[in-house]
Design a protein around this ligand. Structure first.
Ligand code: GSH
Length: 375
C-alpha cells in the first residue's frame, strides 16, 4: 500500500496547515482535496500537544481535521475547509461542478459519504482492525513513546471512537446488513468506475473527496479492510490511489449537467437506507426546537431512532450533524431553476428519492463556535 508522506512536504509558514492524521476519516477527505487543489499545505499530526494548544482553545472540542490558514485563521469541518480554500484561491476548475444538478448530487454524495458510509467504516475498523487502530492512535498521540507504550495510550484514546459504534447503529443485529450493504456498494461503485474514472466523470470533484473519507483511512488503509477492498473491488482500490495521487486532470466534467447513470444504484441505496434515518431525526429536531430559543446549540444526538440496512434492523442515536449535511442538499435543490429541477426530479424518481422533493427541515440550522445551532 502506498502512503503519501504529506507530513514531510516541507512546511512553510505561508502554507495552509492541516492538523490531522492518516488514521482519520475526515483528515483524508481534506487532504485529498488539498492534494488535488495543489495549494501549498502541510500536515501536522494531531498529537496530545496539538489538541491541548491548538484544537481545544480554538475549536472548543476535540475533533480533527482542523485547518490553519496562511493568515492564521482556524477552520474546522471539512466542508468549510474546502469552501474556505476555494474562495481564497479562486483556482480552476472549481471543486464544485458547474452544473446545478451536479452540485445537488455532489451534496447528496457528501451526505452519504460523511454520515452513512461512516457506519461500515467504523464497523470494519473496530471489529476487524482493533489492535492496528490502537497502535495507530497511540503513535499519533504520543510519537515519542515506545511501541508498547503507544499501544496503551492508543487503547485509552481509542475508546471514545470505538464507543461511537452503538450511537452509529452498529450492533449484533445490524452487522449482517452493514456488511451486505457495504459489499453491494463496493460492487456498485466498481461498476461505475468501469465507465468513469471519478464520481461525476473524468475529473475528481467534491463528491470524490467526500467518498475518499470513508474509503481511505478505514476501508483501504486498515489492513483487514484493505484486504477486503482489494479482493472484492480492486477498481475501488485503484480509485482510492488515483484520488490520493491528487493528479489534476485536463478533462472536465460533462458540460450538459448530466449525472452518470451508473450512480443510480448508489443513490437508490442512499435513499433506501439513509433517508428514513434522517426523517426520524428531523422529527426529533421538530420536538426539540419547539422548546428552544433561536441560536440554541443542538445536542449531538436527540434520542433514539431505528435504522434498517438490508433488512437488518437496530437502534441508533438520532445524530444531529447529518441534518446539517442534509440542509446543504436541500439548499442545492432549492436553487434549481425549472429545467434543472425537472432533471433533478426525474433523477430522484429513478432512485426512490421522490419524498425528498417535498421535504423541508422543520427548523433552519446554522453553525457557530464550531457547533450546530438553531438559526
Ligand atoms: N463534520 C466534521 C467531522 C469531523 C470528525 O468527525 N472527525 C473525527 C475524526 S475523523 C473526530 O475527531 N471525531 C471526534 C468526535 O466526533 O468526537 C468534518 O467534516 O470535519
Amino acid at each position: 500500500m502506498k502512503e503519501k508522506q504529506t507530513i514531510l512536504r516541507g512546511g512553510n509558514v505561508a502554507d495552509y496547515i492541516l492538523y490531522g492524521a492518516e488514521v482519520s476519516y475526515f483528515t483524508g477527505k481534506a487532504r485529498a482535496y488539498f492534494s488535488w487543489r495543489g495549494v501549498p499545505f502541510h500536515e501536522e499530526g494531531a498529537t496530545q500537544d496539538v489538541y491541548r494548544d491548538i484544537i481545544l482553545p480554538h475549536v472548543g472540542w476535540p475533533v480533527i481535521p482542523v485547518m490553519k490558514t496562511p493568515a492564521g485563521g482556524i477552520v474546522q469541518d471539512t466542508a468549510e475547509i474546502i469552501a474556505h480554500v476555494e474562495a481564497a484561491e479562486q483556482a480552476e476548475p472549481p471543486v464544485m461542478p458547474h452544473g446545478p444538478v451536479q452540485r445537488f448530487v455532489s451534496q447528496l454524495l457528501q451526505l452519504y459519504a460523511d454520515e452513512w458510509l461512516v457506519i461500515p467504516a467504523m464497523h470494519y475498523r473496530w471489529t476487524y482492525n482493533e489492535d492496528f487502530a490502537y497502535q495507530e492512535f497511540g503513535a499519533l498521540s504520543a510519537p515519542d513513546l515506545s511501541k508498547p507504550e503507544q499501544y496503551d495510550v492508543g487503547r485509552k484514546n481509542g475508546q471514545r471512537f470505538k464507543g461511537a459504534l452503538p450511537p452509529l447503529g452498529v450492533s449484533a443485529t445490524t452487522i449482517p446488513g452493514i456488511e451486505k450493504s457495504y459489499e453491494a456498494f463496493l460492487k456498485e461503485f466498481s461498476t461505475h468506475l468501469e465507465v468513469h474514472p471519478y464520481a461525476l466523470g473524468n475529473r475528481a470533484s467534491f463528491a470524490d473527496f467526500a467518498l475518499y473519507g470513508p474509503l481511505y483511512a478505514h476501508l483501504y488503509r486498515d489492513p483487514a479492510s484493505g484486504e477486503i477492498m482489494h479482493r472484492l473491488a480492486p477498481k475501488v482500490a485503484d480509485w482510492v490511489e488515483r484520488v490520493q495521487a491528487g493528479s489534476p486532470s485536463t478533462d472536465d466534467l460533462p458540460t450538459d449537467d448530466s449525472i452518470p447513470v451508473t450512480l443510480t444504484p448508489i443513490l437508490t441505496r442512499q435513499m433506501r437506507e439513509q433517508f428514513p434515518a434522517l426523517l426520524q431525526t428531523a422529527h426529533f429536531l421538530q420536538d426539540w426546537a419547539k422548546e428552544a430559543e433561536p441560536g440554541a446549540f443542538l445536542p449531538r444526538a436527540l434520542g433514539q431512532i431505528e435504522i434498517n440496512i438490508e433488512n437488518s434492523i437496530g437502534p441508533a442515536a438520532a445524530r444531529t450533524f447529518p441534518l446539517w449535511r442534509l440542509q446543504a442538499v436541500l439548499d442545492a435543490y432549492d436553487v434549481l431553476d425549472d429545467d434543472a429541477r425537472a432533471r433533478a426530479d426525474a433523477l430522484l424518481g429513478r432512485v426512490g428519492g421522490a419524498p425528498l422533493k417535498e421535504f423541508k427541515l422543520p427548523f433552519r440550522l446554522t453553525r457557530k463556535q464550531n457547533r450546530l445551532a438553531l438559526a
